[in-house]
Design a protein. Structure first.
Length: 201
């Protein structure tokens, strides 16, 4: 059990750090500004939902608490390296991004667990992860963008953060529903059928 939690925490840390680097690189899609971080961050919600389903809410919270501080430090150092080329410089925006991610990640993930637990007993396997994805992603995204980019020194992110946050959350939800939710269903079905588990879909 402890080994599973450790491995899941490593996966959370990897996704958090990667997303925090990629979120600093906005691009325009279909006339709207978003960031590359929106493409991979929803994975962390799917992983959390699978953890709840298989190991329980208590273990899912344990994963979050194990991942949050390493994710904070790794996010900051990677952001500094990508922006300045050295680990020894100080970057206020990178620090804001890391702290914003820390706060948004904890709030978003705990909300994800709370909402998932509310709908866990539904006969429809997709209901709990769908609702938890919607609530967790939207709250997480807007908390993150406000704390990270409100009146920051970046001329694009400081002005357009509300637009980017809205489009970012929209992209996350589309990607989650189209790609990650079906993946969740397939993986859960695989675990139930091949492992002869008592997991309830």
């Amino acid at each position: 059990m402890l080994k599973n939690i450790k491995h899941l925490a490593y996966l959370h840390i990897l996704i958090i750090a990667s997303s925090n680097v990629l979120v600093q690189y906005p691009f325009v899609a279909f006339g709207f500004r978003t960031t590359w971080g929106a493409l991979i961050y929803p994975l962390v919600f799917i992983i959390t939902d699978l953890t709840i389903r298989i190991l329980g809410a208590h273990q899912a919270r344990a994963v979050i608490f194990k991942a949050m501080f390493p994710g904070l430090f790794l996010s900051y150092f990677l952001s500094v390296v990508f922006s300045s080329g050295t680990i020894f410089s100080f970057d206020l925006l990178a620090l804001r991004i890391a702290l914003a991610c820390f706060i948004a990640y904890v709030i978003g993930q705990l909300l994800d667990i709370l909402v998932f637990q509310k709908f866990r007993e539904s006969s429809k396997w997709w209901l709990a992860p769908l609702f938890s994805l919607i609530v967790g992603n939207i709250i997480d995204t807007f908390i993150f963008f406000f704390l990270a980019f409100y009146k920051c020194y970046d001329p694009i992110l400081s002005v357009y953060w509300p637009e980017i946050a809205f489009i970012d959350s929209s992209f996350k939800l589309i990607i989650s529903v189209v790609c990650f939710l079906p993946f969740y269903g397939m993986l859960l079905n695989f675990l139930v059928t091949t492992k002869k588990s008592d997991i309830k879909i």
